[in-house]
Ligand binder design. Structure first.
Ligand code: AMP
Length: 217
């Protein structure tokens, strides 16, 4: 199965993509995660991406294409994948189409995750994560047992620099201007499946399974 997960920041795209990939034995490919890792390691790609990510804009199409191309070439991606957060503009969608064509592959479905805009800022601004194991919490919706510390390894939780309220608004604007137009593109291609992200993580996962049941068969 080859899938794309799209949606505005804060809908729980990463959480659902990771879970679905794990359940179905697919490779989870998140350009956001790959870029954050590059920033943390201080690689040339990371140094280029850091200031762009901090202001909620998109890093260069060439840079993400290189990351995705490399990742899709790794052996585990042959079993199927979920691309999470890529493509994010029409140029990237064209790049991806070309990449897949070269590989003789196609997409089975594009999932558009949706949520009321007013729910998004509080969800993101309360998000905290563990720098050691990557576990994600929310200060009120899904708090750790001990405030500020990871349940698994007790590491001090951190807030992503781009989860500050003003940056969240810029990320939303970037999504509306550059990424949302892809929804019509994939709808016209007959690939789009809409899934509401209201409710619990389990509710959304159940909806996703139902919607992707046919694609998974
Ligand atoms: P995410 O974790 O998907 O919300 O991504 C975090 C940030 O990484 C975004 O706000 C962008 O700055 C950058 N980023 C992630 N994916 C892409 C992409 N496909 N194209 C350009 N920038 C990206």
């Amino acid at each position: 199965m080859r899938l794309l997960f799209m949606g505005p920041p804060g809908v729980g795209k990463g959480t659902q993509a990771k879970r679905f990939a794990h359940e179905r034995g697919l490779c989870h490919i998140s350009t956001g995660d790959m870029l954050r890792q590059a920033v943390q390691r201080g690689t040339p790609a990371g140094l280029q991406a850091k200031p762009v990510m901090e202001r909620g804009a998109l890093v260069s199409d060439a840079l993400v294409l290189e990351l995705v191309d490399e990742r899709l070439g790794e052996p585990d991606a042959a079993a199927g994948f979920i691309l999470d957060g890529y493509p994010r503009n029409p140029r990237q969608a064209a790049d991806l189409a070309r990449l897949l064509e070269q590989r003789g592959e196609g997409l089975d479905a594009v999932v558009a995750l949706t949520m009321d805009v007013e729910h998004i800022v509080p969800r993101l601004s309360g998000r905290r994560s563990c720098p050691e194991c990557g576990a994600v919490y929310h200060v009120s919706g899904n708090p750790p047992k001990e405030p500020g510390r990871c349940d698994r390894d007790r590491a001090e939780l951190v807030q992503r620099p781009d989860d500050q309220e003003d940056v969240i608004r810029d990320r939303m604007a970037t999504y509306v201007e550059q990424t949302a137009p892809l929804i019509a593109f994939y709808r016209d291609a007959g690939l789009l499946r809409g899934v509401s992200c209201e409710g619990s993580v389990d509710d959304v996962a159940a909806r996703l399974s139902a919607v992707l049941g046919a694609a998974a068969a």
